[in-house]
Design a protein around this ligand. Sequence first.
Ligand code: SF4
Ligand code: SF4
Length: 508
Amino acid sequence: MNDLSKARQPRAVDRIDTRPPAPASATSRAAGAPGGGPQLFEKRKAVHPQKIDGRFRRFKWLMMLITLGIYYATPWIRWDRGPYAPDQAVLIDLAHRRFYMFGIEIWPHEFYFVAGLLVMAGIGLFLVTSAVGRAWCGYSCPQTVWTDLFQHVDRFVDGDRNAQMRLAKAPWGPKKIAKRSLKWTIYLVIAFWTGGAWIMYFADAPTLVRDFWSGEAAASAYITVAILTATTFTLGGFMREQVCIYMCPWPRIQSAMMDEKSLTVTYKDWRGEPRASLKKSQAKPDLFGACIDCNQCVSVCPTGIDIREGPQVGCITCGLCIDACDRVMDEVGRPRGLIDYATLEDCDREKTGAAARPPWKALLRPRTAVYFLAWGGIGSGLLFALGTRSHLDISVAQDRNPPFMLMSDGSVRNAYTIKLRNMESRPRAMRIALEGLPSATMWTDEIGREDAARALTRTIPADRAQPLRVYVIAPPETREQDFAFSVTSLDEQAEADSSQARFNAPED
Ligand code: SF4
Ligand code: SF4
């Protein structure tokens, strides 16, 4: 039996709620197909998680506040870069091919910084998964955060779990229509703001908002908002745990990255089994375990699974079942931790009667250290590269056809297109000079051959890359050889760069 099919097995009966609990695991029996053959898919059963309070719930609140706060507020943060650059702190400027992030500006030729950040994000996920299992899924994945938000909207409009289930079963009438209309309107507003916030990362936020509402924004802005509104509304409002269980590849990848030393949410069956109602277990304490089969851990689960069935792909390790079970254990006067974060290794130790290790000890082991060192090494390398990078750049492209021109006086001319890049947010005067190629001089379309020299000065506008057509001329006896164009900023930084080039000449 695989993990998914395990999640579908009915086990627990809700003995605290007097109304039918209908947890997803109890309602998802695969039925036969109409023709009597096997059913290839299962009808989705709605999950109505019960409200719970506790340390993991409060941590989820905090994560929701931080992640949504960052997402919605970041485009509105201003960052002064002077008069020649945008003042939005985080901006993906597709038109000018720039990525701004506070004091950092990434140019297209520096894409390796973005690649480095992506590699760091990947290694960071490996690190988190090997240490604390699917913590990303449980607390900070956008699907989790928005689903959690929408589930709070459900509670705000419909009430808690039992009220939601009653309303779901109730026939359509004025009350149900009014509640559904209100709830879906709130979903839609959240979804719209989610899509709206996304496009603000790609343009000046205040200007874009004005243009958007006056109908002057680009069509792509309206299309993007419409698509993201629809996906947020659907994935967060309706598909919810199905995205995690059926659509997302990450749970499968994570399963491969976890081992017996990874922390994960675990039901300690050696403590809990055989389970029995409180009354029964109090009457015969020697015969039964600590689990009173109250089903609270299932009722609060946002994916509707029963963690007592063992680790399963539907568990996003959000810890809410820990909060629920700890509360039950407090109420019945039994030790907390029947469901807890634990490693498989620690579970095996505890089964033999050894004392439980503090969970943080699972974080310190060679595998997490290797991931952390790799992550930190790449991060340090990127920071070093950022701190030492030059803010000017020169690149040279030589005319290939013709490779050279023989002038009437026997001298030889080669033509080049130089690209000068000023990465500062102010205009900069630069001196371009020839290195090597003795007796050669150069001129441009602007200054003419009569003013040809071995160096020339050019002012490059702020934050721009400018092409420059350069003609290099050398005396008749000059042979083919390498030389370089160098550029030096004529300011106190005196930054310099150079680019190799080839001078072509007739063979003997
Ligand atoms: S594990 Fe805890 S919350 Fe779940 S049914 Fe048993 S006692 Fe209740
Ligand atoms: S089983 Fe527990 S940890 Fe896993 S998703 Fe459900 S509530 Fe969260």
